[in-house]
Design a protein around this ligand. Sequence first.
Ligand code: PFF
Length: 454
Amino acid sequence: MHHNERVNFGSKIGTILVAAGSAVGLGNIWRFPYEAGNHGGAAFILIYLACVFILGLPIVIAEFVIGRRAKASTGEAFNILSGGKPWKWVGYLGVLTGFMILGYYSVVAGWTLEYIYQALSGTFFGKSSSEFIQMFQEFSTHPLRPLLWLFLFVLATHFVIVKGVQKGIERSSKMMMPVLFILVVVLAVCSIMLPNSEKGISFLLKLDFSKVNSEVFLGAMGQAFFSMSIGMGCLSTYASYFSRTTRLSHTAISVGLIDTFVAVLAGLIIFPAAFSVGVNPDAGPSLIFITLPNVFQQAFSDLPILAYTCSVLFYGLLALAALTSTISLHEVSTAFLHDKFSLPRKQAACFITGGSFLIGVVSSLALGDWSDYTIAGMNFFDALDYFTAKIMLPLCGILVALFVGWYLKPEDVKDEVTNYGTLRERFFPVFFLIIRYIAPVGIFLIFMNELGLL
Ligand code: PFF
């Protein structure tokens, strides 16, 4: 396809929902609430908001500039804009990172399907907390069962991708995102109405600056980046489908607001319910796959139908959130094969689906039968998570900021941000200052901190 004829998202709302779909994911529903709760509640949320709006949004806009300017997915965009200079490797790094994340993220996404199935078949009834632990451990280390769900999840992602940009990605986001918003609000209201829910609310919302230290700042920045899908090529790939009239600043702000809204509401689902039954919320996968089903059973012990409904709805919410994110990850690699090697979309999608399924299989087995095989002391699943989220993501983030801040011509960046001179966008000098100086230094600090060098 000639670059100028690139397909566009059909509507403004579709554009926002697609980008927000990438951002809202598993990261919002278990990682954010835990981080917020343990790092000073509302104080963390304030710092997180500052990270989203001061540092995150300018990089989101920078990724949008790259994708729409080049009219090509991330993998080719750097190549086109730099005329084949070594900057093209930044694009390839983004594609590789997205592809690797897709592999292990789909494993956890598959678990949500198992839990929808278990919730629907009513197996949560009457289980004790130790039985929930046992259930999760047996399932996640099982050699075959998680692979079945992984396969189904990857297939669902594939199905959307092969339908195309407008009929697949945009249409599915327009259907799934409103359902996701409704689910998150309904579940938060149910949780808040439980007896003693105030303790959970104050745990999350009480301004407590005593727990704020440099680690909290850096943790909030890392969370903001992962949550907004920064540094993995998703945003610039999606921006290559933006129309010339899409206002980059407004789209970025909408994504930031929606992502934060869902994260805060996820906290309002988890903490009031957990505190209401006196359960101490844990971190990581165990929070959503062990603690929560247990909490729902106990919280609604008088009304089993409500426990049943909340469990089904909660895992449905997780699956939707994960699916809109895996779609965006899949699209980065599929569009790359399509743009770079002119492979038909369907064929490109088949390669990526097959490849990500294989990575998923190895990641899943690494939690069970293959846990003895390690890389740098970690099993394959943890190693993938570590290398992508902690090393490749910040690296791509810095390189994006440097590329837009120092390599691209400032007039070209301004041209793109102002929709070719048709908008005023008074914030441009501030945006450019952040992209040139503040963002590279800020991300460098996160990077060093996460590597334990700071
Ligand atoms: N932002 C997603 C989340 O919070 O779960 C995860 C994600 C999706 C990260 C897409 C990166 C990405 F490219």
